[in-house]
Design a protein around this ligand. Structure first.
Ligand SMILES: NC(=O)c1ccc[n+]([C@@H]2O[C@H](COP(=O)([O-])OP(=O)(O)OC[C@H]3O[C@@H](n4cnc5c(N)ncnc54)[C@H](O)[C@@H]3O)[C@@H](O)[C@H]2O)c1
Length: 349
């Protein structure tokens, strides 16, 4: 006897890496970055409705594996993500991810998707959204320090959302910079290859650090950072893994996603528990000011928070309706009689 066919309720839309790439090109990457920034900003404006918890991290000597859950009461989302800086030397990526969206009322999944690409997109979109509130007015030049997997996404989001025109690139590995330069050629950005981090930040109104190293690294020291810049610090996102000298934090006004998580994982892990920070949602909602004057050093101490993934998952889910950009996966057991799970198994013999 052939196995019974799954009913429609058994199927969950699945977006593979290949399909995600087609979806991004269908929408257009810069459009998608801008729309994602808008989706994240809209969810930051209703911050109160979300379940919030520092992500659940499993640390090892080699890296970290994390689960990032949240819910707005109607929709639940989680992301599985890893961070393994040594992976690159083995031909593996530092960060990979997948995620799921589910209906709170039934607990049934609505979407399962790759999130390695989506993480790069949402991280860049969040950076651009933060920079719009924090970067100096009229900024046209950014430094991009760390030219790995995230780099091009970061540069394009700043171009699309803020009008950045010039990107000054630096990586300890010149091949990474060459790769980024190649990938961004034709994007409309002027690209300048620099031989040191110090050279990269010259004249830059936004300094993005996006390096991967499992240690307290010092990509920027205090003497390198002049008045009035915005620092977008992406790579310090784990206990024992930072990018900025702590003296910079003493001079900067620091903005974070969710402070209980950032105090564990961000640049501010180097500071006392009462080091003052502003949560980005407070700025987005108008409750707190972003940049106040042209001499202020602003720092977005980015670590990545579950609500950004929620927004990105929901955005993708909305984009799927009526398109062929997903395949149905039979991942929910759906017996005709809900109590006859065993009978369903027996009939499949
Ligand atoms: N904040 C977030 O939401 C978020 C999201 C994704 C990734 N990340 C973090 O961002 C970082 C970059 O991720 P990725 O996927 O691009 O990693 P990657 O391994 O692909 O690239 C990292 C790059 O940093 C360079 N690098 C290392 N040390 C350096 C130094 N001292 N100076 C200059 N360059 C240096 C490496 O040569 C490499 O090219 C990681 O630390 C990752 O954990 C954060």
């Amino acid at each position: 006897m052939s196995a019974p066919q799954p009913s429609a309720k058994a199927f969950v839309p699945f977006v593979s890496v290949e399909t995600m790439m087609r979806l991004v090109h269908h929408i257009g990457i810069e459009t998608m970055l801008v729309e994602l920034a808008g989706a994240i900003e809209a969810d930051f404006r209703r911050w109160d409705v979300f379940d919030k918890t520092p992500r659940i991290a499993s640390h090892s000597n080699d890296g970290v594996i994390e689960l990032m859950p949240t819910s707005d009461g109607e929709i639940y989302a989680f992301k599985y993500v890893n961070g393994h800086p040594k992976n690159m030397a083995q031909g593996l990526q530092t960060v990979t991810a997948f995620g799921l969206l589910a209906q709170v009322s039934t607990g049934y999944p609505l979407l399962l998707t790759e999130m390695t690409l989506l993480t790069a997109l949402r991280t860049a979109a969040t950076s651009a959204m933060a920079a719009r509130h924090l970067a100096p007015k009229g900024v046209t030049t950014m430094a991009m320090i760390g030219n790995g997997a995230q780099a091009e996404f970061q540069a394009l989001a700043m171009k699309a959302f803020l009008g950045i025109k010039v990107v000054r690139l630096y990586d300890i590995d010149p091949q990474a910079t060459e790769k980024t330069r190649r990938n961004l050629t034709g994007s409309g950005l002027e690209l300048i290859t620099c031989n040191t981090a110090q050279a990269a930040i010259e004249g830059a109104g936004i300094i993005t650090t996006c390096t991967a190293d499992k240690q307290y690294a010092t990509i920027l020291t205090d003497n390198m950072v002049g008045a009035g810049v915005h620092i977008n610090a992406i790579g310090g996102d784990c206990p024992g893994k930072t990018e900025l000298h702590k003296d910079i934090l003493l001079r900067a006004d620091t903005f974070v996603e969710y402070s209980p998580q950032t105090r564990i994982e961000g640049e501010i892990q180097q500071m006392a528990e009462d080091y003052p920070v502003t949560e980005l949602w407070q700025v987005v909602s108008g409750a707190m000011p972003g940049r106040r004057d042209q001499n202020q050093i602003t720092l977005f101490d980015s670590v990545g928070f579950a609500i950004e993934d929620f927004s990105a998952l929901r955005y993708v889910h909305q984009k799927l309706s009526g398109t062929g950009f997903s395949q149905d996966l039979d991942i929910i057991a759906d017996p005709d009689d809900p109590r006859d799970l065993f009978g369903m198994l027996q009939r499949a013999k």
